[in-house]
Design a protein around this ligand. Structure first.
Ligand code: SAM
Length: 453
């Protein structure tokens, strides 16, 4: 791979940059595979690939020796793990070091699709914390929603808004994560086509857009709140210079993070006395990445937010139907037309505010549709890590599980009719409905595996 000379020249003098080692790291045909486990769902012992070693800066990250076929691993579809680049998992260190994660927090992941950082945040925050996971591009927001559903938490709401819309939620969030769209040089090894699109001009455009995004979302951060900024670009304009711009223009102060020397991460002191953390592929097992954490010093004098409208709840007979399906005690139910969502009761007020202010595409756990006094359960309900449906379940072997995920007809030696979840190695894949003469496969059409093994 030929790295643009202008990029190489611009990196000279940066701490940790070594031209020869950097170009060698790009010349090698190396493809690191790493995954992050879902602590709400699975033990590490069942992960794909035989050899694995931990990602040093994450409690849940593992490198795999080989890249298995994730498509044909039912546990991937059950949301037991997420395939994620290792450097990005450093977000975990930042969150653990800047916040008390045992406390209830309101967290915004502003540029969240496809969901790597959001699913990670979900694994780190407490059950009484709220994650708002946002993506401005609609098609990407749908992928984000699917990954959030797979992960199975209930304390999340997925929105589809422009960053500037968040100024309506003044002083609302304790933590905002801005994993900014960038020029992408840090991912050249994974996406060689990104080399063709790289230019100095694009770096400038990205830097301007990054400033705009941070400025737009800044009012939504509480006083003393933390903004974690990251990119997968090597360019100072998008990294240290944005950090300095936040210190200078946003009345922010930078937070120094502890990194162990053996991790190979390069702490960089910025011109205005801030700290940024650089990931060089010749120094560690990971791709190019940059992260900085800043604290908001002032209080921009926010208003107390109230909900504009209240979402419709359930009437008693509808609640009775739901009680046949789940323990309803700690949930509040909201209904949109026939569709029912379960919200953690302790977060209902916050969820109501987000719902009335933002363009919401998913919230809590989608339970199903109430039609003619019956519940037609939704896929998200089967995949939930926080709600266990009362309906029975059936275990499938690997071949049956793949057939299920391909949405094929199943033949099972079971004659008890009704809705059942199908499990693989104890983890739920979705719903089937057993009728007297056939089994209906309710795996979502748009998620089905199209390939044959
Ligand atoms: N955080 C994601 C993860 O860990 O999976 C990756 C995010 S990616 C680096 C940047 C995201 O920013 C993309 O999903 C992109 O669609 C979104 N984006 C693009 N333009 C944007 C804008 N003007 N404001 C906010 N987000 C934008």
């Amino acid at each position: 791979m030929s790295i643009p000379d202008k990029l190489i020249q611009s990196l000279k003098g940066l701490p940790g940059f070594d031209q020869q080692a950097f170009t060698d790291a790009h010349a090698k045909d190396m493809f690191l595979t790493s995954i992050r486990v879902n602590p709400a769902k699975r033990p590490v012992s069942l992960l794909p690939g035989t050899e694995k070693s931990p990602v040093p800066w994450s409690a849940y990250g593992y490198y795999l020796e080989q890249r298995p076929s994730f498509t044909f691993d039912p546990l991937f579809h059950a949301g037991c793990y997420y395939v994620q680049e290792a450097s990005s998992m450093f977000l975990e260190q930042a969150l653990r070091q800047v916040a008390d994660l045992g406390k209830p927090l309101r967290v915004l992941d502003l540029s969240a699709a496809p969901g790597g950082k959001s699913t990670h945040i979900q694994s780190l925050i407490s059950a009484d914390s709220l994650l708002v996971s946002n993506e401005v591009i609609r098609s990407r927001a749908n992928t984000l929603r699917d990954n959030i559903i797979k992960w199975g938490s209930s304390n999340v709401i997925v929105t589809h808004n422009d960053p500037r819309d968040f100024s309506r939620l003044e002083n609302f969030f304790d933590i905002i994560v801005v994993d900014a769209p960038c020029s992408g040089s840090g991912l050249f090894r994974r996406e060689p086509e990104a080399v063709e699109n790289w230019s100095e001009n694009n770096v400038q455009l990205c830097a301007q857009r990054q400033q705009r995004i941070v400025a737009d979302v800044w009012p939504a951060l509480k006083a003393e709140g933390i903004l974690i900024y990251s990119t997968c670009s090597y360019s100072r304009e998008e990294d240290e210079e944005i950090t300095d711009w936040m210190i200078q223009s946003m009345n922010a102060s930078c937070i120094e993070l502890h990194v162990e020397e053996k991790w190979g991460i390069e702490p960089v002191k910025t011109n205005r006395g801030g700290w940024g953390y650089r990931f060089w592929p010749h120094r560690l097992q990971g791709e190019g990445f940059y992260l900085a954490a800043v604290k908001k010093n002032d209080d921009s004098g926010g208003r107390k937010l109230k909900t504009k409208s209240k979402q419709q709840g359930l009437i008693k007979s509808e609640k009775d139907i739901l009680m046949q399906w789940m323990d309803t005690d700690s949930f509040e139910f909201v209904k949109y037309q026939n569709t029912v969502y379960a919200w953690p009761a302790s977060l209902a007020g916050d969820l109501q505010i987000i719902l009335s202010e933002m363009r919401t595409i998913y919230s809590g756990t989608l339970i199903g549709d109430l039609i003619r006094n019956k519940l037609i359960p939704e896929h998200a309900f089967a995949l939930s890590a926080t709600i266990t449906p009362r309906q029975g379940s059936i275990s499938l072997d690997l071949q049956q599980a793949i057939a299920y995920l391909q949405r094929k007809d199943l033949q099972l030696a079971n004659n008890e009719t009704g809705w059942k979840r199908v499990l693989y190695e104890g983890f739920s894949l979705g719903w089937i409905n057993i009728l007297t003469n056939r089994i209906n496969n309710y795996y979502p059409k748009e998620l089905r595996i199209l390939k044959d093994i």
